[in-house]
Design a protein around this ligand. Structure first.
Ligand SMILES: Cc1cc2nc3c(=O)[nH]c(=O)nc-3n(C[C@H](O)[C@H](O)[C@H](O)COP(=O)(O)OP(=O)(O)OC[C@H]3O[C@@H](n4cnc5c(N)ncnc54)[C@H](O)[C@@H]3O)c2cc1C
Ligand code: FES
Ligand code: FES
Length: 499
């Protein structure tokens, strides 16, 4: 079959907004209890939005697609972050970062399709900032975690003015950007039931580039009894207005003996069952072709895994993530400034900011820390990477008010107080990785976090960790070489160099 021509990209009818600022004005609310958050969301209804990691919401606001009057931050609500084993299954709090889900030993061992979905998710920075609750609240048809959660029959726990309710994750979505959540409601957690004996799962994704949203993604789960398929889930993203469970394709498999023909038939039915569209990422035709291939490959991979003895988790689940510091709730009106205090590169700082000011602008324009660069402004280039309390953050997507009380590290703080360069900085110079002043600060900040997160990184780990730090000039060979050569300087043996 020949590939039909790609449709013309739509020509934007409106001018592209300035993504270096947040032009809309809003009140910033920081409740400190779930009850208070629910009451605020109920009071302000459609004028309010929950703010979690901000990786989607602040981008939408910068692009002027969403203009809320009230942002209700869940950053200081207790009990919303962590991964814990409970009677009903594995509980993952809504504020748990995608990166934490990806790294959790129980998720990796018992729910590999979810771990793979989180690994395939965007850049390291967005994985660290973005939350699982935000990924569901976002209701993107191309969400990576939703198909995996649906494949595991996960439930969402929702809190609202009427108390708590639970529902299958599959039932959360109504259409692109729309959920069944009512005024005052927010997702507090998802729960994955314990996997049945003989379960195997896999997640596959095809995207334009490694850190992009999916053209198509697929989460597959099978339950194997001997050579018989006792149960099956085939769930796809970016092929319909909501993540889509292909029930007709599943019905082809359940109760059948495993065979390549059965897999191929189910994959073909899945490709017919989806409802894809042409858009900037792909065409409907291509999406159908890819769906067929991903379904087939995913089924094989899941089936093989189901045949292996259950993998023992290397360690306990993550547990509850450190709670936010206690303090009073805050309501900062749109037109008022708040005095924000934080420590930047070891120096105490005080700045007055409005709710819509971004950390990037404050660092550069008020504190003159210009090492952190403006790039895209929407989370895609990582030129603005800093660390907040040791965690990676894109300063273009962080409200300055949210930095209050935290420790910020920028590239200016990497060198010692005596002026001695950090081993990474020295290695970048020694190995010609200082390619341009625009991208290097973000690369250094990311690489520094890598050295702390991954004890013995391989070349592949380094490439994956830095995948969001875009270079438009020379390439990544020198950067990867510099990071590898910095390892012995910080006491880590150097892996084999293949670049
Ligand atoms: C460069 C870039 C690449 C991306 N790549 C991917 C990708 O590969 N895969 C992917 O799936 N996504 C991707 N995203 C989208 C986004 O990062 C994810 O959806 C992320 O999980 C959102 O989480 P957040 O905590 O940042 O949510 P926020 O941006 O804070 O919120 C997103 C939406 O969910 C709502 N919300 C947040 N928390 C809750 C809650 N607890 N209950 C109810 N509603 C809530 C908010 O009101 C908002 O409408 C990408 C984004 C960027 C900027
Ligand atoms: S400027 Fe922040 S990611 Fe590009
Ligand atoms: S390092 Fe900046 S464009 Fe290549």
């Amino acid at each position: 079959m020949s590939n039909p021509p790609f449709p013309n990209n739509p020509i934007p009818s409106a001018p592209i907004p300035n993504t270096h600022i947040l032009s809309c004005e809003f009140d910033y609310l920081e409740p400190t209890s779930l009850e208070e958050a629910v009451a605020l969301l109920a009071r302000y209804g459609s004028q309010a939005r929950v703010l979690a990691g901000g990786t989607d919401l602040l981008v939408q606001m910068k692009m002027e697609r969403i203009v809320p009057h009230y942002l209700v931050s869940i950053g200081r609500l207790p009990g919303l972050g962590g991964i814990v084993l409970r009677d009903s299954g594995l509980w993952i709090g809504a504020r748990t970062p995608i990166r934490a889900v990806r790294n959790d030993p129980w998720v990796r061992a018992r729910y590999p399709a979810l771990a793979e979905a989180c690994a395939a998710f965007s850049t390291t920075q967005v994985q660290v900032m973005g939350t699982i609750g935000g990924n569901l609240g976002n209701a993107s048809p191309a969400s990576d975690t939703a198909p995996a959660l649906i494949a595991f029959d996960a439930e969402a726990i929702i809190r609202g003015p009427g108390g708590e309710r639970r529902m299958p994750v599959e039932d959360l979505f109504v259409g692109p950007g729309r959920t069944v959540l009512e005024a005052g409601e927010l997702i507090t957690a998802v729960v994955l039931p314990p996997p049945l004996e003989g379960t195997g799962s896999a997640f596959l994704k095809v995207a334009r580039v490694t850190a992009d949203l999916a053209k198509v993604n697929a989460a597959v789960r099978v339950v194997r009894q001997g050579n018989r398929i006792a149960d099956a889930r085939l769930v796809f993203g970016a092929v319909a207005p909501t993540p889509l469970r292909a029930r007709r394709a599943e019905a082809v498999l359940v109760g059948q003996d495993f065979s390549a023909e059965a897999m191929a038939e189910a994959a073909q039915v899945a490709a017919e069952e989806i409802a894809p569209i042409d858009d900037i990422r792909s065409t409907a035709w291509y999406r159908r072709e890819v769906t067929r291939v991903l379904a087939y490959d995913g089924l094989f991979r899941a089936w093989e895994r189901a045949d292996q003895p259950p993998v023992a988790p290397i360690g306990a689940p993550t547990g509850m993530i450190a709670e936010p510091p206690p303090g009073p709730s805050r309501h900062i009106p749109a037109d008022q400034e708040l005095e924000v205090r934080f420590v930047a590169n070891g120096e105490p700082c005080r700045v007055w900011v409005r709710p819509n000011e971004l950390l990037l602008n404050v660092l550069r324009e008020k504190l003159h820390l210009t090492g952190t660069k403006y790039g895209c402004g929407i989370g895609e280039c990582s030129a603005c990477t800093v660390q907040i309390d040791g965690r990676l953050a894109l300063a273009c997507l962080v409200l300055a008010v949210a930095a209050d009380g935290h420790h910020i590290l920028t590239v200016e703080g990497l060198a010692g107080k005596d002026g001695k360069l950090h081993p990474l900085q020295q290695s970048f110079i020694d190995h010609a990785a200082f390619q341009c002043g625009y991208c290097t600060p973000g690369m250094l900040m990311t690489a520094e976090a890598l050295l702390r997160e991954i004890p013995h990184p391989t070349e592949e780990d380094i490439r994956d960790y830095l995948k969001g730090n875009i270079c438009r000039c020379t390439g990544y060979a020198a950067t990867v070489r510099a990071v590898m050569n910095s390892l012995p300087l910080v006491g880590i043996p150097k892996p084999q160099v293949s670049t």
